[in-house]
Design a protein around this ligand. Structure first.
Ligand SMILES: Cc1cc2nc3c(=O)[nH]c(=O)nc-3n(C[C@H](O)[C@H](O)[C@H](O)COP(=O)(O)OP(=O)(O)OC[C@H]3O[C@@H](n4cnc5c(N)ncnc54)[C@H](O)[C@@H]3O)c2cc1C
Length: 397
């Protein structure tokens, strides 16, 4: 069978690309054997990500936790809480168009439910969904050949939206080297929840421990660069010790997980492998994750949408690569450059201290959490608040 577009992977990037293409009248088949499934993930969906998909999945019941506050702790026990302004959207993902920010700053959803809602929207828009695992992909001048256990499929273009371990990436480009991956590990703590995100910034390994409350459990974790020399078991022990120390999940059943996240450096963002005449990579498969916050859902949705729009408009691959290179890569490269400075103990102390005393710095962090504040202008906005020390440290980062 031949279609216009084959999509490998039905996470946010693939399902949203399929939805966008099917709505534009393309014949599209999406392959993924995993649904229904929970993906190891915080499940934090920022306001900007929610705004992209809310209309499409608004009619689907998608239980979520609207986050009211975020608590930041530094390595010395300094503690600051920020309130995240939000519009109550109930159990429905519909966004209130009249609100000043147009969305909640942050919701947390189970990925089993969120991803299923996106895939369902794609199916309703007319995409064909195959539950087969793709075992091989090749491209030539005529298009793409997609092999599955169930048979062979041909398409004009293949979009690899198959995550950090992308088969499409491995077959057509090359896998990510270890130094461009981080490993996230931790627990789903079943039977407890909250409406507060808790984040402890740690210097070793550079990063943070987190607790993200979902409707009926907490996603607790920690992550480190894959080449940092720390075994996943040691990282998980760190998450377990923190969970106990913070009294986050007493009597809860802990279900362990471990998963890679692309964490590219600035140079890798400048030289992204995104697309050629017959293939494209989107989302994690393309490496589009914020290397500081590890927000990836928004970039997965946006890149999937842009790849689909370029195909539907007959301006593929040029428009897709240009948009990602111009509008996503510079921002993520800037985050990658800030990263070392961001997790330095002196900066973290300063940040938590500034959050304790400055309403303006708290506002800026709310915007950062919601995805309304770019890294490119963060330094200048902090400078304007006269939190010179903070901005200066960031500038040196
Ligand atoms: C622990 C952890 C916490 C995170 N927390 C957050 C967070 O709070 N907020 C946020 O925005 N981001 C977070 N991220 C990042 C986020 O999970 C990813 O960036 C996002 O899921 C990327 O979406 P995607 O569609 O590109 O890939 P994925 O969501 O990984 O989907 C890929 C899909 O491809 C399928 N697939 C793989 N191989 C094949 C194959 N051969 N054939 C067919 N199908 C295949 C898989 O089954 C999967 O369904 C976190 C990541 C981790 C690991």
């Amino acid at each position: 069978m031949r279609t216009d577009v084959a999509i490998v992977g039905a996470g946010p990037a693939g399902a949203w690309a399929a939805y966008t293409l099917a709505r534009r009248g393309a014949r599209v088949t999406i392959f993924d054997p995993s649904h229904p499934r929970e993906k190891p993930c915080g499940g934090g969906v920022t306001g900007r990500a929610l705004a992209l998909v809310a209309d499409a999945i608004g009619r689907t019941q998608c239980p979520q936790r609207v986050i009211r506050s975020a608590r930041f702790i530094d390595a010395n026990g300094g503690d600051a809480r920020i309130d995240l302004e939000f519009d109550r959207v109930g159990a429905d993902l519909r966004v209130r168009p009249d609100s000043p920010t147009n969305h909640a700053s942050l919701i947390v959803a189970s990925r089993a439910v969120f991803d299923a809602a996106l895939l369902d929207a794609a199916r309703r828009a007319g995409a064909s969904v195959s539950g087969s695992r793709v075992t091989n992909v090749t491209v030539d001048a005529d298009g793409a050949r997609i092999d599955t256990a169930g048979g062979t499929h041909r398409a004009g273009v293949v979009i690899g939206a198959d995550g950090a371990n992308s088969l499409v990436r491995r077959k057509i480009v090359q896998p990510f080297p270890r130094r461009l991956l981080s490993i996230a590990t931790g627990f789903f703590a079943h039977g407890v929840t909250s409406d507060e995100v808790v984040i402890e910034l740690v210097a070793d390994p550079a990063g943070y421990l987190w607790s993200f409350p979902r409707p009926d459990h907490l996603a607790i974790g920690v992550c480190a660069q894959a080449d940092a020399g720390i075994a996943p078991a040691a990282l998980r022990e760190q998450a377990r010790e923190w969970t106990g120390r913070m009294h986050l999940a007493e009597d809860a059943r802990l279900e362990p997980y471990s998963w890679p996240i692309p964490s590219l450096d600035a140079r890798a963002f400048d030289t992204l492998a995104l697309a050629s005449d017959r293939w494209a990579l989107a989302g994690d498969a393309a490496g589009l994750v914020d290397p500081i916050t590890r927000e990836g859902i928004y970039f997965a949705l946006l890149s999937g949408q842009w790849a689909a729009e370029a195909v539907a408009d007959g301006r593929f691959p040029r428009d897709y690569t240009a948009r990602v290179r111009d509008e996503i890569a510079p921002e993520l490269a800037c985050a990658a450059r800030f990263k070392a400075g961001f997790f330095r103990p002196a900066f973290m102390r300063l940040l938590v201290h500034a959050l304790q005393r400055s309403a303006t710095v708290r506002e800026i962090l709310v915007d950062l959490v919601a995805g309304r504040q770019s890294y490119l202008s963060l330094k200048w906005r902090l400078l304007k608040t006269l939190e010179i020390g903070l901005a200066w440290k960031m500038a040196r980062g």
